[in-house]
Design a protein around this ligand. Structure first.
Ligand code: GLU
Length: 305
């Protein structure tokens, strides 16, 4: 579509000044230092056309959006047996909930809640020599972007306040579903969440989920078509904590949010879109990013339904 730029400019102007009663996440103290007024959008199509507005090239903490990247790498390395460790069902519970784990005997409902992502990090640790370095290298390769970095301050800030994640990891270990050292698994998990990217970088890194024929600079596929389809399916049903149904209902695309205020959404065979606005609604999803995406898929008639 040629008028993406016009459409994003007009929705940006509409949504920018809407009253937002949401709050910037500050349970990780370092995240609380971000200006609530940031607002950026980028859409990148599978033929690599890019349209942007606002703070689209400022880097921010991608937080849970990194769960797609850890899952992708773990799925590549572990194959189908990954699903013996983590399920693919929506949780209907908050991202950091301990509730279902007891009944489910330590098998997290899906890879996009914290419990699931911690198990995915554990799987990765069993495969990688230097998990933090190797994972970062993987992200650089699939995005052809040498500028990706962790934010040490954010990772350390989460480490000293990550009581729930520490509890989750211990609880899962008690069921035998964490194989490595707890402190090392958590350290790796916190670093993956601290990755920083701009809207534009995020849209680019996830093109492999939008484009069936995507290959890296070296000519390698990231995932098979069937694996990419499966990740998109889990994104649609589980990408927005206990608001995944609401996101499918209003926006109608697979996607993932993070408590840094970013949302990435994927239109298979067409584009990736990323919206960033740090104030979160009560369920932990960016209020304005959801609103923007709802308008965008409505005006472009480009939801998957
Ligand atoms: N690092 C965050 C946490 O574990 C990620 C949460 C999120 O973005 O959903 O609490």
């Amino acid at each position: 579509m040629d008028n993406y730029q016009k459409i994003i400019e007009s929705i940006y102007a509409d949504v920018k000044n809407i009253e937002d009663s949401g709050k910037v996440a500050n349970y990780i103290p370092e995240l609380g230092n971000v200006s609530p007024d940031n607002f950026g959008i980028n859409i990148t199509t599978i033929d690599k056309k890019s349209f942007s507005i606002g703070d689209f090239d400022k880097k921010f903490s991608i937080q849970s959006i990194s769960k797609i990247l850890t899952l992708t790498m773990a799925y590549k390395l572990q194959g189908e047996t990954l699903w013996e460790r983590v399920d693919v069902e929506p949780s209907g519970n908050p991202f950091n909930s301990l509730l279902q784990l007891e009944a489910d005997l330590g098998k997290p409902r899906n890879p996009f809640i914290n419990a699931g992502a911690i198990v995915v990090c554990d799987v990765l640790m069993s495969h990688l020599k230097n998990p933090k370095e190797d994972f970062l290298m993987f992200c650089k390769e699939i995005s052809n972007n040498p500028h990706l970095k962790y934010n040490n301050k954010v990772a350390q800030s989460e480490k000293i306040t990550g009581f729930r994640n520490i509890a989750l990891c211990n609880f899962i270990k008690s069921f035998g579903n964490i194989k490595n050292n707890i402190d090392q698994v958590l350290d790796f998990y916190f670093y993956t969440c601290s990755l920083e990217m701009s809207c534009q970088e995020l849209s680019q890194i996830f093109l492999f989920l939008a484009d069936d024929h995507f290959t890296t600079q070296k000519g390698d596929r990231v995932l098979s078509m069937s694996q990419a389809k499966r990740i998109n399916a889990i994104l649609l049903t589980c990408g927005f904590y206990d608001e995944s149904g609401e996101f499918a209902f209003r926006v109608g695309l697979p996607g993932k949010s993070g408590v840094g205020g970013g949302i990435v959404a994927i239109h298979p065979d067409e584009y990736c879109i990323t919206v960033w606005s740090p104030k979160l609604n009560k369920k932990g999803n960016s209020y304005k990013a959801m609103l923007f995406l709802e308008q965008f898929t409505t005006q472009t008639a480009s939801s998957i339904f």
